[in-house]
Design a protein around this ligand. Structure first.
Ligand SMILES: Cc1ncc(COP(=O)(O)O)c(C=O)c1O
Length: 473
């Protein structure tokens, strides 16, 4: 088969301007090992994005994970979690309960991150109904009777501006990126987006404490404006990816937790990216002492060797669903798929054996200081992040922190940076969902050699980018 032609003729790539491949080749990745990928032309790339922030153990464990998948295929290729259990789902749920911080002892499995976010919001809505003693309709007739009744008391959600939380209608509604949502209005009611923790463009004289206070005031204002009695969920990433690795300021998570407690709202940590080692812990909630009621995870749960995600729920959230005829009225055929669960279990075993958490914690300072060399370049305004999760913000003017216009971003990111980095053998993401950033999130087995390699390539390409932009601005 001529893969190149067949890709152009038949494959619909996600979030892809398909017309871009009328005149250039579709990049076809054929194999991977460690932190490296190879394309159909035999060219090698350093994958500084770990797939999609997700191949946490790197590409080198296919044989071992494949054996675990094969064994499970032979034993039980599929069975459902709808009313039934099977050993791998039980073992994985137990493993997650032991790894997750605090009383997050219950796992509801799904197929990916969007489904996890979708499920968290639905769960929060139903939790408040169930806690209020109202019953879930037991059959279609009763469900029909409910049509036309007013919405449940607590059903609204709060998320943050520019945050990405997935693409299914519920998750998309929670998304804080207007451009992704415009084509799909009207969305699921009702979500408000509060300020995120981007400090780079705040006034220079503002202290970290003042910044935190401003953010918490903004969150509380949103809760009050929406009506606390109508809000069921605050959904946020421990470190926000879109916009560029926004870490929380001191006191932020304690304040968010306090507000959720004060107004009786469930706090959901979107750890689709941050869980399973990205910031050196099984869950970033542990690093920042977030104490969420729910955690959404996916990507790193299997290091993307399988399509599996989960919502982890606290004992308190579970409690009303353990009562009488109450049940969470939600399910997905592939949730807890035994082969996916076997792969996730093997991934966690490998992470423990290879000391992935320890590796990230030991190397995060070296990673930060290596990437920090890029701050010498005139176009690099900020290098921020934590663990193995970084963003490099590009600016027009370093002194004033002035950012590029939409047209400049288009020519800088899509016209130059993305192809130039790829041509030089580096995969990372040039992104302008907020201000323009380059996102760096390598497999968690990366070491100094890879830090140097990516910084070297970025240095060359960004130097050229600065020259080009100065020629055009
Ligand atoms: C924070 C966050 N939440 C949710 C999602 C959605 O996950 P998925 O693409 O697996 O549906 C993503 C995907 O990148 C994400 O980064």
């Amino acid at each position: 088969m001529n893969l190149q032609q067949a890709a152009r003729d038949h494959l619909w790539m996600h979030f892809t301007r398909m017309s871009g491949y009328e005149s250039s080749d579709v990049p076809i990745i054929v194999r991977g090992d460690g932190c490296y990928l190879e394309d159909a032309n035999g060219r090698r790339y350093l994958d500084a994005l770990a797939g999609l922030f997700s191949v946490n153990i790197g590409y080198g464990f296919g044989e071992e994970i494949g054996q675990a998948a094969l064994a499970q295929m032979k034993e039980l290729p599929f069975y459902t979690n709808w009313s039934y259990a099977h050993p791998r789902a039980i073992e994985l749920a137990t493993e997650l309960a032991s790894l997750a911080p605090g009383p997050l002892n219950r796992a509801f499995f799904v197929s990916g991150g969007s489904e996890a976010v979708e499920s968290a919001w639905k769960l929060a809505r139903q939790y408040y109904l169930a806690r209020g003693g109202k019953q879930v309709p037991a059959d279609e007739t009763r469900a029909d009777e409910r049509l036309g009744t007013p919405p449940p008391h607590k059903y609204k959600a709060i998320a943050r501006q520019i945050a990405y939380h997935g693409t299914t209608m519920g998750a998309l509604s929670i998304n804080g990126i207007p451009a992704l949502k415009e084509s799909f209005e009207p969305l699921v009611p009702e979500v408000r987006h509060v300020k995120n923790t981007n400090r780079y463009h705040r006034p220079a004289e503002e202290t970290e404490e003042e910044f935190t206070a401003m953010l918490l005031e903004d969150l509380e204002d949103a809760i009050l404006a929406m009506g606390p009695e109508t809000v069921c969920l605050v959904h946020m990433e421990p470190v926000q990816n879109a916009g560029g690795a926004f870490t929380p300021p001191v006191g932020y998570w304690r304040g968010v937790r306090e507000l959720c407690d004060r107004y009786d709202i469930l706090l959901s940590a979107d750890e689709v990216i941050t869980a399973f080692g990205r910031v050196g812990h099984w869950f970033a909630s542990e690093r920042y002492d977030i104490r969420p009621d729910l955690i959404c995870c996916a990507k790193g749960l299997s290091s993307s060797y399988a399509a599996i995600g989960a919502v982890l729920a606290s004992d308190t959230v579970m409690e009303p669903f353990l009562d009488g005829s109450s049940m969470y009225a939600h399910g997905i055929t592939f949730g807890g798929h035994p082969v996916m669960a076997a792969i996730a279990l093997k991934n966690i075993e490998i992470m423990k054996r290879e000391g992935i958490m320890e590796h990230v914690l030991e190397h995060e300072d070296a990673f930060r200081s290596t990437l920090g060399q890029l701050l010498d370049l005139p176009i690099v305004g900020d290098v921020r992040g934590t663990g193995f999760f970084y963003a490099i913000e590009l600016v027009k003017d370093k002194e004033t922190r002035e950012t590029f216009s939409a047209e400049e971003c288009e020519s800088l990111l899509r016209g130059f940076l993305s192809p130039a980095l790829f041509e030089r053998g580096l995969i990372c993401r040039a992104d302008d969902r907020g201000d323009p950033v380059i996102q760096i999130s390598p497999p968690l087995v990366a070491g100094q050699a890879q830090f140097d390699e990516m910084t070297g390539i970025l240095g060359e390409v960004l130097t050229e980018a600065a020259e080009r932009m100065h020629a055009t601005v």
